[in-house]
Design a protein around this ligand. Sequence first.
Ligand code: BES
Ligand code: MN
Length: 458
Amino acid sequence: MPNAHDYAKAHADDFKAQLIDLLKIPSISTLSTHAKDVERAAAWIIDDMTRIGMTRAEIFQKADFLPLVYGEWLGAGEDAPTVLVYCHFDVQPAEISDGWDTDPFMPTEKDGKIYARGAVDSKSHVVAHLKAIESLLANGGAPCNIKLLFEGEEESGSEHIFEFVAENQALLKADAIVVSDGSMPAVDQPTLVYGLRGIVTMQLTVQGPARDLHSGHYGGNVHNPIQALVEILATLHDENGTVTVDGFYDDVLELTQEERQTLTPIAPFMEQEWWDVTGAKMAWGESEFLLHERTGVRPTMEFNGIAGGFYGDGFKTVLPAKATAKVSCRLVPNQDPQQIYKVIREHIQRVAPQTVTVTLDELEMGARGVLLDRDSAPMKAAYDAYLRGWGVVPIFSREGGSIPVAEAFQRELNTPMVLLPFGYKGGGAHGPNEHVYVEMFNKGVQTAIHFYEVLPTL
Ligand code: BES
Ligand code: MN
């Protein structure tokens, strides 16, 4: 009797080669100069979908938008459940000068890992699902119908997928949604991720004098905009790391005792991963919350970048005209990005010194956090799938990152959803030397096959 799992094992080298092939395409969605590469990656996926026997493979792309790939195989029949799987195939920018040991778009295998931009975030997820489906279709078909929605602009804020989801509810109709992205905090410990944080991003600008000035003439009599900027930024947190903006925590869903217990098993894994990866001196943050709670359950405000004045070689005794900071907040249910932006703006207006002009501009990236039902059928299927794919009982987790479309699925499609990550959290997503463990990719293929097999039995 042919078997999809054996087929996947027999074709593991071939599957890895295909992942490497996709990783060579620099499908960077945040740089318009790479729009053609995002299209090339979409075309690669369409080719593979067609080759493995999906009955529909289509690119949805409006003018000036990056492509969205839709694929379907409905061969299990009307009585079988339908799964909608979401992954993204675009990546963050990467240059060797960012600190990579190898070219980020020349995938390099070393010590059981493949180093390349997009390896863990998130092309290994895309290919794992395609190869799981290939394995099933080459061995008599899948027991459930499968719809695939692969996005090409997740890393740039998912601007257009919201409209697509709202306008294509019939196309996306399913009994279960699988969002396959994100990560687990240990290579050997699968997690059932039932929460993601949302996000809101903004830019704070402090305009001082009309032009850069000689600091000898004007230092001490013109308020330096860099100084004003850091004075403002310093009012946003207290020494415990708690955000001091009035109303910031108003809508935060409190952690219950029951949930706190549910999350306890993840604690040692998150702490170990923290020490292994961060290289920071010691943990920091709200003392009344454990490290994994600060990551998954609590909202934050981060300063992502700060600019102003002269910082080239040598020295310039300048009093700069302007200083800016990029600021983002990770949000949790039930915070609303617009409301958070509003309370921060009010705070900034209140503390802004009279001596300078302060503006806060909201940037386009925004998403609400999500919290998923831990008892749904897809969650049970994910439990079984991880148990079989990894051979280890999975534990619950709430992740700190954001997948903007997840909340749109929840709001528009009213379908039980599960997150199904296959990569390691320490895999360097967004940073230098991003990598995926080949073993985790292989287990991901097996886990995906198990998921497709188990779901119809529940
Ligand atoms: N794969 C991540 C999302 C993620 C990260 C989920 C960590 C769970 C844990 C995704 O590709 C990502 O990076 N999302 C961005 C979204 C932003 C650009 C709107 C993020 O979280 O910064
Ligand atoms: Mn990412």
